[in-house]
Design a protein around this ligand. Structure first.
Ligand code: ATP
Ligand code: MG
Length: 588
C-alpha cells in the first residue's frame, strides 16, 4: 500500500513526554507480560471470592488514599455539575445493588438502560455488576422498534430510563415485553404502580451496605450490541474477567497515572463508552469526566481546559468534526494539561494526526478494537513511534496476525510482512466475547484453530505495525486491484476543503467496480462543478488513475452510526437503489 511508504514517522523522545509512560520499552513489556501479573495488580474480592468488575472499579478505591478522590465528575447539559467521590460511588452502587435484591431480580438477569449520559446510568451499571446482573446499555436516541428488538432479544428484566423516554418510547412497546418486570424511572418522585418505580425513592429506602457475592471471572457481566455498521447489530456477551484487559490497556495504552483527569467522549450505548467510559478509568482510581451534552467544538475545548484533562479518548469522527470548524485550540485555550489524545472506532486518517500535532501540539494515538474484543487490541503507545495511518502494535498479552484462505478455504497464518489478509487475534484473551446471543453458530464461525477472525482486512509491516485496509465487505475490486476505502478517503481529506469522505465500489461494466466518493466540505465551503472537478483531479494526482475516484458526489453530512462510524453500506444501497437494510443505529 502506498501510504506505508509515504508516511512521515512521528518519533517520541523522553524529553517530549511530560510523564514517564507506564510502558517505556514495548518489546520488553510484551515479552515479560503475564495476565497473572495483571491479576495481582487488581485486588480480587475479599477472601478469594473471585473477580468482580465493580469491586475493582469502585470498592477497592473507596477507602485510603482514593476515598475522597472524585471518581466521576458529571457535567450536565445545562451547566449543572455533580461530583461523586469513590466513597460516594460505593454507597450509591451498593444502594442500587440492594434495590435489585429487594425487587427479587436474580443474578444473571439483564438490566437494560435507556438514558442519556446521566449519573444514574453509571450507578446502574456498577450496581448491576455488584449484584451479578448482566448490564446492557442502549442509546436513548433509539426509536421504539430497535429498543423493542434489543430488549426482547436480550431478555430484559429491568429497565432504567427517564419519565420522558418512558412516555415517548417504552409505554407503547411495553406490552410486547412480557419478561420486563421492573422499570426504574430516574426522575419520578413516587412509585407509579405496575412495576413502575421511582428510582429516587427506592434509593432512599435502600441500605448502603452491600457485600458483593462470590463472582467467577467467567460470569457474564455485559451484553453489548455491535454498531450495526455492516448489517444487523449482533449482541456480544462479555464476562467479569474483561476487567483484566481494561485495566491492562488503561495502564499501558491510555497510560493512566494516579491523579489523572480523563475524558472519554463515547456514549455507553457503544462498547467504548462502557469499557473505557466506565470501567477502565475507575479500575485505576482516577477521575473520569462524563459530559451529558453532545458534540460542540467550543464546549469540548472548554471542558478540556477547565477540567485540566490529562488523557482524552475520542473518535475519528469527533476529530474530523473539530477539524471541520475553524478553530485554534492551542492559542485560544490553555490545554497545557493535556498529555495524551487517543482515538478509536474507525481508521484515523493521517491528516487528522497531523492536525492534532498542529492544533494540540500532540499526535493523536489511534487504536483498534471491536465490540467482540471488549477492549483495545492494537494500539499506538505513548512511548512507541507513530506511523500515521497505522493502527499500531498489538497490546501486551495480545497476539495478532494476518490470515489468508488456502485452496480449501481454510484460513492460514501469513508470515510475510506486507501481505494483506484478514486480521485475527489469538484466542482467548480475558475481554474476548463469549458468545453472540441466540447465535451460537455465528459465534463458532468467528474462530479458526483458536484464532478469532475479525472480519477486517489489514497488513503487518516489517516492524510489526498493523495497517487497516478496510472491512472485508467494503473492499473495492477495480480493474483487478483491491482498494480499501480508507486509503482513498485519507487522500481526499488532504484536500484543504474536504472535511470527510466515504468511498464505495459501484458496479461498472469496464472495471468491475468503479470508485465513487461522497464528500462533505468544511465550514463555509459550497459544492460546485468546478470544485468537483478539482477534487477529482486532486485524487488522481494523489492516488493514480486506477485507484482515484471516478465519481464524486457532495453531501452535507455522511450517514453515520450512533457510535460515529460512516455507513458506507447505506451510501451504496442508496446509490444502487437497493433496500437500506437495518438502519436502527443510523444517527440522522
Ligand atoms: P457491526 O459489526 O454491527 O457491523 P461495527 O463493526 O462497526 O458494527 P464495532 O464493534 O463498534 O461495530 O466496531 C468495530 C469495528 O470498527 C472494527 O471491526 C473496525 O472495522 C472498526 N474500527 C475500530 N477501530 C478502528 C481503527 N482504529 N482503525 C480502523 N478500523 C477501526
Ligand atoms: Mg463488527
Amino acid at each position: 500500500m502506498d501510504a506505508v511508504n509515504k508516511v512521515e514517522i512521528i518519533t517520541k523522545t523522553s524529553s517530549s513526554q511530560l510523564v514517564k509512560p507506564n510502558l517505556s520499552d514495548y518489546r520488553r513489556t510484551k515479552r515479560e507480560f503475564s495476565w497473572d501479573q495483571m491479576q495481582s495488580e487488581l485486588s480480587g474480592l475479599p477472601e478469594g471470592r473471585g473477580l468482580n468488575i465493580a469491586h475493582e472499579a469502585v470498592d477497592r478505591h473507596a477507602f485510603g488514599k482514593n476515598e475522597h478522590r472524585i471518581a466521576i465528575k458529571w457535567l450536565g447539559r445545562t451547566g449543572k455539575t455533580r461530583d461523586y467521590t469513590y466513597k460516594q460511588l460505593k454507597t450509591k452502587t451498593n444502594q442500587f445493588a440492594n434495590i435489585l435484591e429487594t425487587l427479587e431480580v436474580k443474578p444473571v438477569e439483564r438490566v437494560f438502560t435507556l438514558t442519556g449520559r446521566i449519573p444514574e446510568l453509571y450507578i446502574a451499571a456498577l450496581g448491576s455488576w455488584k449484584h451479578k446482573n448482566i448490564f446492557c446499555p442502549l442509546f436513548s436516541t433509539f426509536s421504539p422498534e430497535p429498543i423493542l428488538q434489543r430488549m426482547s432479544k436480550g431478555n430484559a428484566k429491568v429497565l432504567l430510563t427517564t419519565s420522558n423516554l418512558y412516555q415517548r418510547k417504552i409505554s407503547r412497546i411495553k406490552n410486547q415485553l412480557p419478561q420486563l418486570k421492573h422499570i426504574l424511572l430516574t426522575d419520578a418522585t413516587d412509585h407509579l404502580g405496575k412495576g413502575l418505580w421511582s428510582l429516587q425513592k427506592l434509593m432512599k429506602e435502600a441500605s448502603d451496605e452491600y457485600d458483593i457475592p462470590p463472582t467467577h471471572p467467567e460470569d457474564h457481566a455485559i451484553l453489548h450490541f455491535t454498531s450495526g455498521t455492516t448489517g444487523k447489530p449482533k449482541g456480544a456477551l462479555h464476562v467479569h474477567s474483561a476487567i483484566l484487559n481494561l485495566y491492562m490497556t488503561g495502564k499501558y495504552v491510555l497510560d493512566f497515572h494516579p491523579g489523572d483527569i480523563y475524558w472519554c467522549t463515547a456514549n455507553p450505548g457503544w462498547v467504548a463508552g462502557t469499557s473505557y467510559g466506565i470501567i477502565a478509568p475507575l479500575s485505576h482510581g482516577i477521575t473520569s469526566i462524563i459530559d451529558e451534552a453532545g458534540f460542540d467544538a467550543q464546549r469540548w475545548y472548554h471542558i478540556l481546559e477547565s477540567n485540566k484533562v490529562n488523557v482524552w479518548y475520542t473518535t475519528p469522527t469527533a476529530i474530523r468534526s473539530l477539524m471541520r470548524v475553524k478553530s485554534t485550540p492551542k492559542e485560544t485555550f490553555d490545554l497545557s494539561h493535556l498529555r495524551l489524545v487517543h482515538s478509536v472506532g474507525e481508521p484515523l486518517n493521517p491528516e487528522a494526526i497531523r492536525w492534532g500535532q498542529s492544533h494540540f501540539g500532540l499526535p493523536i494515538h489511534d487504536n483498534w478494537w471491536q465490540t467482540e474484543t471488549g477492549g483495545i487490541m492494537i494500539a499506538n503507545f505513548p512511548s512507541t513511534k507513530i506511523k500515521p495511518g497505522s493502527m499500531g502494535l498489538p497490546a501486551p498479552g495480545i497476539e495478532a496476525a494476518i490470515f489468508q484462505k488456502d485452496d480449501h478455504h481454510k484460513p492460514m497464518k501469513i508470515n510475510t510482512p506486507g501481505t494483506y489478509g484478514e486480521l485475527a487475534i489469538k484466542a482467548a484473551w480475558p475481554s474476548m466475547f463469549r458468545g453472540y446471543i441466540h447465535d451460537e453458530a455465528r459465534y463458532r464461525k468467528c474462530f479458526s484453530d483458536n484464532w478469532y477472525m475479525t472480519g477486517d482486512l489489514a497488513m503487518q509491516d516489517e516492524e510489526g505495525y498493523f495497517w487497516f485496509l478496510g472491512r472485508g465487505d467494503e473492499i473495492i475490486k477495480t480493474s483487478g486491484h483491491l482498494v480499501g476505502p480508507f486509503e482513498v478517503e485519507s487522500a481526499l481529506m488532504e484536500h484543504p476543503v474536504v472535511a470527510e469522505a466515504a468511498v464505495i465500489g459501484k458496479p461498472d461494466p469496464m472495471t468491475g467496480q468503479l470508485v465513487k466518493a461522497f464528500v462533505a466540505l468544511k465550514q463555509d465551503k459550497e459544492p460546485s462543478e468546478a470544485l468537483r472537478l478539482e477534487i477529482l483531479g486532486f485524487g488522481r494526482k494523489k492516488l493514480g488513475t486506477v485507484i482515484a475516484p471516478k465519481e464524486i458526489a457532495f453531501l452535507d453530512d455522511l450517514p453515520k452510526t450512533k457510535s460515529g462510524k460512516i455507513m458506507r453500506r447505506l451510501l451504496k444501497a442508496r446509490e444502487l437503489g437497493l433496500p437500506e437494510g437495518d438502519i436502527s443505529t443510523l444517527e440522522f
